[in-house]
Ligand binder design. Structure first.
Ligand SMILES: Cc1cc2nc3c(=O)[nH]c(=O)nc-3n(C[C@H](O)[C@H](O)[C@H](O)COP(=O)(O)OP(=O)(O)OC[C@H]3O[C@@H](n4cnc5c(N)ncnc54)[C@H](O)[C@@H]3O)c2cc1C
Length: 411
């Protein structure tokens, strides 16, 4: 493990910092970046910032040069992100399109698809969503039931997707569909690009526990998708889906950042009175904070291991799963403890709450983080099977035709 930048990384960091200094305002100490629950309102600003980065060669820097990136190693993306976090810039809202779907089109799309869609995706002139999960297909994505049936040069799509982040402001989506129910469940799937303005698509927002409207139910009724928007071969969509999911795991591995940290918790413990004196003076409080501290340090050093692999041009291994598996529940526990310390004020949210309600927002947001991109249990399965070498799960439906797999509805 190496904690320092190589000379080449240090030069890159300096170049990034200089560009950011010239194009953005530094965050004053203690101030947080724009964000919060009304992220949709920030979309125009987020798009403008992305276009500015694209114009100067700072967007999607790991993408190959032919697609507008720098062909840079992943560690450069980490370094740019670390530097950008010091500035008051709009939230990044394009991770699904740029981190997962763009690379899938590059790997499996036709030349026409690459020509048409990649550049507007890089600049965020067009925003994309991922239409994978269904009410009965999440962790077991290959159980999906949305159908696509060939009709002349088009496919007719019927079914429902759910938890689709950003569907309400997306221009395009990438959708996996069932095209051959007589094949085994991973085999009869086909992958498409879909124009979200197509007739027959209905997007219904889901309001989350924290009041945000990040994701949606999306209904498809006789939606026509031209065959020219198929990504990969008919019934070979699982291959493309795996490319998307591999990119998702890589981008989400860090656990999405802690949002609030140990210094925020210490501040609350110092400023909150407990039995007539600052809470920090209670040994039970100090014990809990110490417990969070060493776990956070463990995560930080595990993160450095992932960064070191990236710096050496290697792909991070299971530490990516560990980051989210440990980080997301830890974030939830820390937030719950902070709210407990705050007593009655712990129930307050919004700008008037202590620390502008940052711990409350973190607590309400962390259940989603524990599900998205692989639930806690699925990540534990990955660690169990791929790291510890334990026997794999029994998968009884793997070799059956999809249409013969029994369901609760008897279908
Ligand atoms: C914030 C957020 C954003 C999202 N954005 C998108 C998006 O943009 N596009 C999209 O397509 N989807 C999106 N999702 C959906 C996400 O991919 C699914 O929630 C996830 O895959 C889990 O699927 P599920 O919700 O159907 O739960 P299920 O798979 O039904 O799981 C239910 C419970 O069973 C457990 N479980 C399931 N299988 C196993 C097993 N084999 N072993 C042990 N336990 C198991 C799970 O851990 C969980 O506790 C998003 C989800 C969230 C929370």
């Amino acid at each position: 493990m190496d904690f320092n930048d190589t000379p080449e990384e240090a030069a890159f960091r300096k170049e990034a910092a200089e560009w950011l200094d010239a194009n953005a305002e530094r965050l004053p100490p203690g101030k947080r970046r724009q964000g919060g629950l009304d992220r949709d309102d920030l979309l125009p600003a987020a798009k403008a910032w992305q276009a500015k980065k694209a114009d100067s060669g700072w967007a999607c820097i790991t993408w190959p040069k032919e697609y507008g990136g720098r062909g840079a190693p992943s560690i450069h993306s980490v370094i740019f992100g670390q530097e950008e976090a010091k500035y008051d810039v709009p939230p990044y809202m394009f991770g699904i399109g740029q981190g997962m779907l763009g690379p899938t089109i590059m790997a499996h799309g036709t030349d026409e698809q690459k020509e048409r869609y990649i550049e507007p995706l890089l600049r965020a002139d067009e925003v994309w969503c991922q239409l994978f999960s269904e009410p009965a297909a999440g962790s077991d994505l290959a159980g999906l039931r949305t159908t696509a049936v060939k009709d002349g040069d088009d496919w007719i799509v019927n079914g429902q997707k759910i938890w689709t982040t950003g569907a309400h402001y997306s221009d395009f989506g990438m959708i996996v569909t069932r095209t051959d129910p007589t094949a085994k469940k991973h085999a009869g799937i086909t992958y498409f690009i879909v124009d979200m303005k197509s007739p027959g698509i209905e997007v219904k927002p889901i309001i989350q526990i924290n009041g945000a409207k990040d994701f949606n139910e999306v209904f498809f009724t006789d939606v026509r998708i031209p065959d020219s928007l198929r990504v990969g071969a008919v019934n070979d969509g699982w291959r493309g889906a795996i490319t998307t999911l591999m990119n998702e795991r890589a981008s989400i591995g860090s656990g999405g950042g802690m949002g609030v940290g140990i210094s925020d918790l210490l501040r609350i413990a110092r400023e909150t009175e407990w039995r007539g004196r600052p809470a920090i003076e209670e040994s039970a409080v100090r014990d809990r904070i110490a417990d969070f501290y060493w776990k956070l340090k463990g995560l930080e050093y595990t993160g450095y291991r992932a960064q070191t692999s990236l710096s050496r041009g290697q792909t991070p291994g299971p530490e990516n799963s560990i980051g989210k598996m440990v980080g997301a529940p830890l974030r939830q526990e820390m937030a719950a403890f902070a709210m407990e310390l705050l007593g009655v004020a712990g129930a307050a949210t919004g700008a008037d709450a202590p620390l502008s309600g940052a711990f409350q927002a973190s607590w309400l947001g962390s259940p989603g983080l524990r599900l998205a991109g692989g639930t806690d249990e699925i990540l534990r399965n990955i660690v169990a099977e791929r790291v510890l070498g334990l026997p794999g799960e029994i998968r009884v439906d793997k070799d059956q035709a999809f249409q013969d797999i029994p369901t609760g509805s008897g279908r």
